[in-house]
Design a protein around this ligand. Structure first.
Ligand code: B12
Length: 228
């Protein structure tokens, strides 16, 4: 079977999502290695692993998985993504102000944030990672000191929406709103975007990278960077 067929088969069978949902570490990692060998797109694999993580969340919701299972899921997912991204660690060369990125106050989920940041860096963008549970004032301070025009906020729990809104309100209060575009990601949707006053919402890594690159005019770089 040719490489193209292998890639199609990989996608069609959703094995990675399935193994992720079952917290089957060995199978997840083997499938990622196999996918890399067969030339499956890295963003495709991230998306599939993420859909497996959604299953983990659903099972947790249904009382079939417990907090420790969420934690195991997070570890497996991180290992898998590190494998996927490992050959795309390229030093950012952009000389425009960095994208300011963080998980908002009250929220400690950072897997999605870290993936987005790795992908953006691999495309040559500079990113200032403020970490997790970041206070609104810290985001504003970072915008002021870097002169950044893109603020990326990650949030996965409902209380994160108020934190996001607070940040956007503070941008307005400080007279910075018209200079900065705000992109939110994680467990968000159109209603959350409207509530928080953000400009865009994203739940997909490929779309997120495209959007940020467009806002940043392609993040100037010196070399062409191919994905894996
Ligand atoms: C892993 C996980 C954890 C791990 C987090 C580990 C870590 N270091 O991040 C641990 C076990 C610590 C955890 C803790 C908790 N969790 Co939790 N967790 C999850 C789980 C299963 C997966 C999240 C994840 O990593 N997904 C994979 C990543 C890759 O997806 P993603 O974050 O969406 O990111 C992608 C895109 O959205 C995008 N992206 C993300 N951010 C951004 C930002 C920008 C700007 C852009 C452009 C793109 C972008 O890029 C990523 C790549 O595709 C979800 C279930 C779910 N459905 O999401 C629950 C979930 C989010 N957790 C939940 C809960 C309730 C909790 C706890 C409160 C549990 C508790 N009782 O203590 C605590 C929260 C503590 C806190 N204060 O934050 C709930 C939230 C419900 C709600 N509506 O509020 C969920 C939905 C589970 C559920 N169904 O109940 N959790």
């Amino acid at each position: 079977m040719g490489i193209k067929n292998n890639v199609e088969e990989f996608k069609a069978r959703k094995l990675l999502a399935h193994a992720m949902g079952k917290l089957d570490e060995d199978t997840v990692l083997n499938l990622v290695r196999q996918g890399l060998e067969q030339g499956v797109d890295s963003l495709e694999m991230i998306a599939e692993a993420r859909s497996g993580m959604e299953k983990v969340g659903e099972l947790y919701d249904a009382g079939k998985y417990f907090l420790c299972d969420l934690m195991v899921g997070a570890e497996i997912f991180t290992e898998a993504i590190n494998l996927v991204l490992k050959s795309s660690h390229i030093e950012p060369v952009s000389d425009v102000p960095p994208i300011v990125f963080g998980t908002v106050g009250g929220d400690i989920h950072d897997i999605g944030k870290n993936i987005m940041i790795s992908v953006l860096k691999s495309k040559g963008c500079r990113v200032l990672d403020l970490g997790v549970d970041v206070a609104a004032a810290t985001f504003i301070e970072a915008i002021k000191t870097t002169g950044s025009r893109l603020l990326c906020l990650s949030g996965l729990i409902t209380t994160a929406y108020d934190s996001m809104k607070k940040i956007v309100d503070l941008l307005e209060k400080e007279g910075l709103r018209s200079k900065v575009l705000v992109v939110i990601g994680g467990l968000v949707n159109d209603a959350v975007k409207n509530y928080t006053g953000a400009d865009y919402w994203v739940t997909d890594c490929a779309r997120g990278a495209d959007l940020c690159m467009r806002i940043m005019d392609g993040c100037p770089r010196k070399q062409e960077i191919a994905y894996l």
